[in-house]
Structures are given as C-alpha cells and as structure tokens.
Design a protein around this ligand. Structure first.
Ligand code: AMP
Length: 307
C-alpha cells in the first residue's frame, strides 16, 4: 500500500521543475504516475488519481487548460477554472506534486513542433468535428511525457479516441510509458461526469440523460445477441433525437484503429458526440466489456458510481 500523506503537494510550474522533480523520484528508486487534467476536478479525475496512488510511489497531477486542443470558436476562455477547489481535492487525494504551467511556459513563442498521429485514430470523428483537437492533445501529452518520463499515465475511457491517440503515440515514440485506461465515472443517474456538465441548465441536464440511455439500450441489444451495427446506432440516435440533441456522430469502431465496424464484436467502442443546447458532450462504451450506464437512478450532483 502506498503511504498516505496529507501534506500540500509540491507546486511545479515549469517543464524544468517537473523534470527535476521526476528525476529525483526516479533517482530515489520510486515509480512516478502522471494524471493529466484540465482542472475543474470531479470524481472522474479522482478515480484516475486513486488508481495512480495505488499503482505508483509518487503521483503528479497536471492542471493545464491546453489552448492547442481548442478551436478558435470553442470554449477555451470560459472553460471552468477552479484552482482553489482543485488544490483541496489534490491535498485530500494525497498526490505528491501538482504541475501548473502557464501557457507561455508550455508554448514559448519560438515553439514550432507539432505532433500528429496518422490514420483514422486521429482523422475521424473528433478530428472531423473538432479540427486540430486531437493534434493539440497529442502535442500536450507528448510534452508532459517528455518532461515527466512517468512510469504510468492515467486516462479516462470516456474520452475513448483520446485514449487511442495517446496509446499510439506512447508506443510509436518509444516513451516506455504504460498508458492506463480507467473506467468512466458516472453520476447515479448515468450521466458521465465531465467538467462541461457545469454548462448545463437543469433542463438541459435532464435531456443529456438521453446519451447514457441510448448507450444502455445499445448495450442491452448487444448483450441479447444483436450484431447489426446499424440497429445499435439507430437505438442511440432515437434517444438523442427524442430530446432534440444535435448529433455530431454516433459510431461503432475498432478500439485500436478507430476504423468503423458494421458488425461489432466484444471490445468494439460505441461513441457518441452530441450537443444539448450549446454544450457539446461525448460519451463512450466498450461493448461486452464496460458495464452499461444505469439510467434513471437518483439524480443530482453526487459523484459516485464508477463502472
Ligand atoms: P479533462 O480534465 O476533461 O481533460 O480530463 C482529464 C482526464 O480525466 C482525461 O483522461 C479524461 O478522460 C478523464 N476523465 C474525465 N471525465 C471522466 C469520467 N467521468 N470518468 C473517468 N475519467 C474521466
């Protein structure tokens, strides 16, 4: 069992400081876990931190709202920033360091390097709906991996395409980092936790439950033996259409390549991106592996119910 500490985590604000901190940990024979986040921490983030605390001797959480992964008309400026509350979460979680770089520290004006993962993984679905988003993710994760050189890094399955991009680049760039993909944490009524849920009005939040409801129906059809992809996709779309959600995509893909599949087998991902009002939400479920969302339980902001 890792030792529980209640001290304030070491604050690091430059790549050099992060690198030195991590080198000291490794020199002392300790393993290092990295949990990259954009802050506004919720129980989904906490589940990654808990897993990292259980696996690693030292854990660093990064909080950086990464401008490179937002399009010009997206929500970078209004993305929730709740640093004081986040620090309280990190103290309570017993993490050892928090990395809080400025935009200038991460992207000095002379920086010119881009990172692009080739092929469908970073060229379909999210890449089409949010041009440049996955390249921005690939860049920031590469920089975090390079500075930290963690033994393990923790990501949430809700962002399934992001996980696939990170796994690909971690292998292709010989980082030696083990990418650990953690289950999606949901509110008791099934909605996947997301910092962007804060944008939803109570009415919109109720409509957003169509997303886990659609996934739950697709999962039960799959479990009952349905293998026609269009039937699973139609089930999800019907739920979304019933609440006037604007669908970006509903898709069934191979989890490693992100090539679309017509007849899914266990392990295939079913992915949803939809707008409820002005808020864009994504969710995902791995057929035959993830437990389907339990929809219609007690609603509210209580954060529990990990799958
Ligand atoms: P973000 O701060 O939204 O960039 O998320 C940071 C990390 O937390 C990413 O790896 C996300 O996939 C993960 N994450 C976000 N929401 C959840 C959730 N509901 N359950 C598990 N992991 C999550």
């Amino acid at each position: 069992m890792p030792t529980r500490i209640t001290e304030t985590p070491t604050r690091l604000s430059t790549p050099e400081a992060l690198r030195r901190w991590s080198l000291r940990c490794h020199a002392a024979g300790m393993s290092v876990g990295l949990v990259p986040t954009m802050g506004a921490l919720h129980a989904g983030h906490r589940s990654l931190i808990e897993r990292a605390r259980a696996d690693c001797d030292r854990v660093v959480v990064s909080i950086f709202v990464n401008p490179a992964q937002f399009g010009p008309s997206e929500d970078f400026d209004r993305y929730p920033r709740t640093l004081e509350a986040d620090l309280a979460v990190l103290v309570a979680s017993g993490v050892h360091a928090v990395y809080l770089p400025s935009v200038a520290a991460m992207y000095p004006p002379e920086a010119r390097t881009r990172v692009h993962v080739d092929g469908p993984i970073a060229e379909v679905l999210e890449a089409v709906s949010r041009p440049g988003h996955l390249d921005g993710v690939a860049l920031v994760v590469t920089k975090l991996f390079t500075a930290t050189r963690p033994d393990r890094a923790y990501f949430g399955r809700k962002d399934a395409q992001q996980c696939a991009v990170v796994q690909r680049l971690a292998a292709d760039l010989d980082t030696g980092v083990t990418v650990v993909v953690c289950p999606t944490v949901r509110d008791p009524d099934g909605l996947a936790l997301s910092s962007r849920n804060a944008y939803l009005s109570p009415q919109e939040r109720a409509r957003a439950l169509a997303i886990p409801a659609g996934l739950a129906e697709a999962a039960s059809l799959f479990d009952a033996g349905e293998r026609a992809g269009t039937r699973l996709l139609d089930a999800v779309k019907r739920h979304l259409e019933s609440v006037d959600a604007r669908i970006d995509y509903v898709a069934l893909v191979d989890p490693d390549t992100f090539v679309e599949v017509d007849f899914p087998s266990p392990g295939c991902e079913i992915l949803v991106a939809a707008r409820i009002g002005n808020t864009r939400l994504i969710d995902a479920m791995q057929l035959g592996f993830d437990e389907a969302p339990v929809v219609g339980g007690a609603s509210g902001n209580e954060c529990s119910g990990s799958f």
